[in-house]
Design a protein. Structure first.
Length: 288
């Protein structure tokens, strides 16, 4: 039986590793914050990338950013590594995905660029969307693995970075919808409207987005601000989208101001959940 390695056992990595175990795979897991504490039941914790690479032919990455992902790819590309395929599930941007692919290719390891959407609930329930870029043969090889946690698989291209491009544009739209809904809701409350009713009206009107249908009801109206996606990660995604669109000379005026808003929020509230953007904007408004 093939052994899979998972690097990064955080909010997304741990439930995805769990689903590989229940799918019958042998799974080894490594996390710099402590593999033994973070490995879910059935995942064998290992103490280093080298230990993971000594047993795992296919390695899945669920890491915070491109700098870390590239360092892990370097460690996987050393002599003694049994890794043959690395599947990138993290959102790291186009340039970092290309750099990871090049580093691995030099050691004859294939790179599958496969960022995900659908959050922690999607990872646990096996309903993630995956945007996969790799050659068709590799796609056929990894598809059964990816189907363990993804119910919507899209083969969007063959070049490393094309999965990231699809993911970044999706998250830019998601971040913009949350920013627009939060700003508009602060305006509405200031005009004397009821926040719950604003969301109710939006959800049966043309302003409906995933911000009004999901994020506000679950995490803002309840006052819990616990949607499960860190503002720092969303800020990274929007910033990567802005930089990529500018580098490509694509239209980027909206991206520039949305990225600036997320940076301001993330600077003021570094550990916040994305849904706390509403609370942040409301408190700024009160302070004026
Ligand atoms: P997270 O911070 O919960 O998990 C990342 C894990 O990586 C942490 O446990 C951290 O200790 C570990 N890590 C950091 N450096 C490491 C290293 N050098 N070696 C091994 N492990 C290391 O983040 P997350 O929410 O699970 O997100 C992971 C990736 O998935 C990110 O790229 C994010 O943008 C993307 N993503 C997240 C969501 C979401 O809803 N949380 C949704 C879609 C995509």
């Amino acid at each position: 039986m093939m052994t899979l390695g998972v690097v990064g056992l955080g909010r997304m990595g741990a439930p995805m590793a769990s689903r590989l175990v229940t799918g019958g795979y042998r799974v080894a897991g490594f996390d710099v914050a402590g593999s033994a504490n973070l490995a879910p039941p059935g995942v064998t914790p290992v103490a280093s990338i080298a230990a993971l690479a000594a047993t795992s032919e296919v390695v899945l990455l669920s890491l915070p950013n491109g700098t870390i992902a590239h360092a892990v790819c370097n460690a996987l590309a050393t002599p003694g590594s049994r890794a043959r395929v690395v599947i990138e599930l993290s959102t790291i941007g186009i340039a970092a995905a290309s750099a990871c692919a090049a580093t691995l290719a030099a050691a004859d390891i294939a790179y599958v660029d496969a960022p995900v959407s659908g959050g922690v609930a999607g990872a646990a329930g096996g309903t993630l969307t995956l945007m996969v870029a790799c050659d068709p043969d590799r796609y056929r090889l990894v598809e059964p693995i990816l189907r363990r946690f993804g119910s919507n698989l899209f083969h969007v291209g063959q070049r490393a970075g094309q999965g990231q491009a699809m993911k970044l544009l999706n998250n830019f739209i998601s971040a913009t919808a949350l920013a627009a809904t939060s700003e508009a809701a602060v305006f509405g409350v200031q005009a004397g409207l009821d926040l719950a009713q604003i969301i109710e009206v939006l959800n049966v009107s043309s302003g409906r987005t995933t911000a009004s249908s999901d994020k506000f009801p679950r995490s803002v109206l309840t006052g819990r601000y616990d949607f499960g996606f860190a503002a720092a990660l969303m800020t990274k995604d929007v910033q990567l989208y802005f930089e990529s669109s500018r580098a490509a000379a694509a239209p980027d005026g909206l991206a520039e101001s949305v990225a600036a808003l997320w940076r301001r929020f993330n600077m003021a509230c570094p550990d916040a959940d994305i849904t706390a953007l509403y609370r942040f904007l409301a408190s700024e408004e009160r302070a004026q």
